[in-house]
Design a protein around this ligand. Structure first.
Ligand SMILES: Cc1cc2nc3c(=O)[nH]c(=O)nc-3n(C[C@H](O)[C@H](O)[C@H](O)COP(=O)(O)O)c2cc1C
Length: 335
């Protein structure tokens, strides 16, 4: 069975901001690429807004490559952003064909384009002719039905896509049900480019389950699992873990808080960004509901600081290791 070769941190609109990426990469190991949340609403030929430029200021964080992502149904737009990224020194642009939200998908963007392989084909044709940097794609199995993948595979295979990341749900599902690991394994046999798997890996045991289904896949993109447990990439790669992971989490969240306040000049939106992230992080404490309630109720910075003090005094960080120890299939066989 092949070993895991690369782990990527999936993009999350509103969470994996440039601030988050910088602070995350300083404290944790195991991730090989960090993706930006998608860029949309920009005009070819016009300078990107200051906010967008700020989020593109670093090509790498602590040595980890950053990959910008674009959400668009226009080859002209995509090529414009690719050119901007190239000039800034980025080596890859990722195309979002996975976003499931109706306000995006109804406009045939994100996973809403998957039922239209002709459109995907026309855009790839134009983009691949002219782009100066690697062009990768992140997609779902389809929008209305997983059968849509049938028509998409030959389209994808026709172009030198640098990597295809597949999240095996359909757009209509949003995040309900389970990622269909078997469907990913079936589809991967018919694809010729490097592949990455994305979906529902929350623990080492989830990874073992996936590896049994798709033994040849060695590249993973982790999303919510890594938001819940920032150590997960290192755990999957067998990197030695700190003696006191709760202390690392405390330092990480403290630096994240201070960095957001500094970056946003103490704007109250800092609390919203942190609350969005803690909705995931709280799930790795022994009392997730209580932990998140403390954060959610914070109305100002003083409340937040007090909530943090109480959380790290009163609750225990468990991470995803607990589940691993109980159900790690390799260990249960005594190796
Ligand atoms: C709040 C939220 C924001 C997201 N933003 C993006 C995004 O900007 N670009 C993207 O490709 N995927 C986005 N995703 C999808 C994730 O990157 C990932 O594909 C998804 O969570 C499935 O992987 P997981 O099961 O490992 O979490 C988002 C998901 C959520 C829940």
């Amino acid at each position: 069975m092949a070993e895991l070769s690369a782990v990527y941190f999936a993009p999350f609109q509103g969470i994996t901001t440039h601030i988050f990426r910088k602070v995350y990469a300083k404290h944790f190991q195991g991730v090989d690429k960090l993706y930006t949340p998608y860029f949309s609403n920009f005009e070819p030929g016009h300078a990107l807004s200051a906010v967008k430029m700020r989020s593109l200021q670093n090509r790498a964080e602590s040595g980890i490559e950053v990959v910008p992502q674009v959400l668009s149904k226009s080859a002209e737009e995509i090529l414009w952003l690719a050119q901007v990224c190239e000039q800034l020194g980025f080596r890859e642009l990722n195309w979002n064909l996975g976003c499931p939200y109706p306000q995006v998908a109804n406009k045939k963007r994100g996973s809403g384009m998957l039922p239209y392989p002709g459109m995907v084909d026309a855009i790839l044709e134009q983009v691949m002719k002219s782009t100066g940097i690697r062009f990768s794609v992140k997609c779902r199995l389809g929008y209305y039905s997983a059968d849509e993948a049938e028509a998409l595979l030959p389209v994808f295979n026709r172009y030198p896509i640098s990597e295809l990341t597949i999240h095996p749900r359909i757009g209509k599902q949003l995040y309900s049900g389970e990622a269909d690991m078997e469907a990913f394994a079936r589809i991967s046999e018919g694809l010729t480019m490097p592949l990455a798997y994305n979906g529902d890996i929350f623990s080492v045991s989830d990874y073992f389950r996936f590896r049994a289904i798709s033994p040849e896949t060695t590249t993973l993109m982790l999303g919510r699992g890594l938001l819940r447990d920032p150590f997960l990439a290192g755990l999957l790669k067998g990197i030695a873990q700190p003696q006191n992971p709760g202390e690392v989490i405390r330092e990480f969240t403290e630096e994240l808080y201070q960095s957001y306040r500094y970056d946003r000049n103490d704007n109250p939106s800092v609390l919203n960004a942190l609350k969005e992230y803690w909705a995931y992080l709280s799930l790795s404490f022994d009392e997730p509901v209580k932990v998140f309630r403390k954060i959610r109720k914070s109305g100002n910075f003083a409340d937040y600081e007090e909530a943090i003090r109480l959380i790290f005094n009163e609750y225990r960080w468990l991470g995803s290791m607990q589940a691993t120890r109980l159900s790690d299939p390799d260990r249960s066989h005594g190796n």
